[in-house]
Structure formats: C-alpha cells, structure tokens
Write a protein that binds this ligand. Structure first.
Ligand SMILES: [Mg+2]
Length: 270
C-alpha cells in the first residue's frame, strides 16, 4: 500500500488505527503537524472519522477504498480497487467540499431516520455482511424489515413540518454504492437534499430499493426529494438516526445542516 501511494507521488507513512474513533485523533494530529494529505484506507466509517479530524484544516482527505461499499470513494470518482486508487490519488487536486453536521456530528454522505437507519443498526455488524458483502446485506435485511413497525418519523425541513416513515438528508448523491438517491445533489453545491419516504412494510421498502437500483425511485407516489438548508429530526420514538452508515444515538431534536467550514479532499469527479 505504501509503495502504491509513493508511486503516485505521496511521501507516505502508515498510522494504523487501534479502536473506533482513533482515526479522528490521528487525522487531528496530522493536521496539527501540517501534513498535506491524510489518507483514509478503509470503509465509509473510517472516511467519516478521518474527515471529522480534518474539517476546517489545510490537510486534505485522500481515500483508498477498503470497505464493503465505499460510497464516498465512488462519489469522488476514485478507482474501486485499493492499489489503483492509492496510485491515483497523489495526482489529484485538493478541492473544498461540503460536510454535513447532524447534532454537531460531521457526515459526508447522509443523515437519516427510518427503515434504512434501522437496517444499518441491525445488519451492519452481521456475519452475512462479512461473508457476502452487499448480497449478504440484502439477505440479512428481509427478516429485519418483516419485524420493523415503520414508526412515524417527524422532521422540520426549512421550518416545514413533514410526517413520513423515512427521512434522509443527503450531502452526496450516491447511497449504498453507485445508486444515485439524490440525482441532482453534489458534494460541493452548498446545499443538502432531503429524501422523504412514506411507504410502509417490506414490499414498499423492497419496491423502493429496486426502483432506486434502476434510477426510478423518484417516480414513486410514496417518495419525494427536495433541496434543503436545514432539517430538524424531531423526537420519533422507535426510529433511530444514522450518520454515514453508523447508527448513532443522538438526542433529539437534532438539526442537520452544512458545516460552516469545508473539507479539502482529493477528488477525481466532475
Ligand atoms: Mg449538496
């Protein structure tokens, strides 16, 4: 890995993470030391930890994909394999990108409450995911959704009260891989997109997932997308919040908006 990074022009050193949250500490130290680029080698959870340490600093985020889906790497247009990505990123310019904050916690991808947040909590650590990757996630999701009661999720979108079963605040357009849940959203357009889902039950949720797969989810009567500046997640008993794929027990009301500072990132897209 170091050889691949060096072949791309980065004078790289390794800093292994030891526990959840450690990547944020390492990134904070790197920024304090004036390091030019901090490379996150891992999945979207690791990317989020490194971005948290770098937000508002002059140290740029580089990504070498090493997780199950690597959504941020896909959004940034990076090669999907680790070594080609490592060899590529040294040649990329650092660009300022948007970072969302939900309840004060940074997110790069999405903050959401609803069926997918419930699924991430129940399925993220499952053995099926470790064995089978994305197909394992789908297999493990069916029994979880059959038991999910689709509690009401209440949000305030730019002040307007919205009642639904799922609300997703998107900073990038992709979700769960290359699927463009917010097709017009960009990671540097200075705004967020809110996806509202009002479906209930396994079939509505599976129908949404298939429609998303084919890029047709916005034609559904139970689905709506709008640009937003800020979204408040009101207390919704039984509905978890997730940020970038990790279920997080934030006190509510929790407000999602863009951070005032931006993040420098090595990006190969658009
Ligand atoms: Mg945006």
């Amino acid at each position: 890995m170091l050889a691949a990074l060096r072949s791309g022009g980065l004078d790289a050193k390794a800093a292994p993470t030891r526990a959840p949250g450690h990547a944020t500490e390492l990134a904070t130290e790197a920024a304090r030391d004036g390091v030019e680029v901090a490379v996150a080698w891992g999945g979207d959870g690791t990317v989020r930890e490194v971005a948290t340490g770098l937000l508002g600093t002059q140290t740029a985020l580089g990504i070498v994909p090493g997780g199950t889906t690597n959504v941020v790497a896909i959004a940034f247009g990076l090669p999907s394999k680790a070594l080609p990505a490592a060899a590529r990123i040294g040649a990329l310019p650092a660009r300022p990108i948007d970072v969302g904050l939900c309840g004060g916690q940074p997110f790069l991808m999405q903050a959401s409450s609803g069926p997918e947040a419930h699924l991430m909590e129940r399925v993220a650590g499952s053995r099926l995911k470790a064995w089978l990757g994305l197909p394992g996630v789908i297999l493990a999701s069916v029994p979880v959704l059959l038991r999910y009661r689709f509690p009401e999720v209440v949000v305030r979108a730019d002040g307007e009260l919205v009642r639904c079963t799922g609300a997703m605040v998107c900073n990038i357009s992709e979700v769960a891989g290359p699927y463009r849940v917010a097709p017009d959203g960009r990671f540097d357009d200075g705004q967020l997109e809110l996806l509202v889902f009002r479906g209930r039950g396994l079939w509505a949720t599976a129908g949404f997932a298939f429609a998303l797969f084919f890029g047709r989810h916005l034609r559904r009567a139970d689905t709506e997308l709008r640009p937003v500046r800020h979204v408040i997640f009101e207390p919704s008993p039984g509905a978890l919040l997730q940020l970038d794929g990790d279920a997080i027990d934030l006190p509510r009301p929790a407000e999602a908006r863009l951070a005032p500072q931006r993040l420098l990132a090595l990006v190969d897209a658009r």
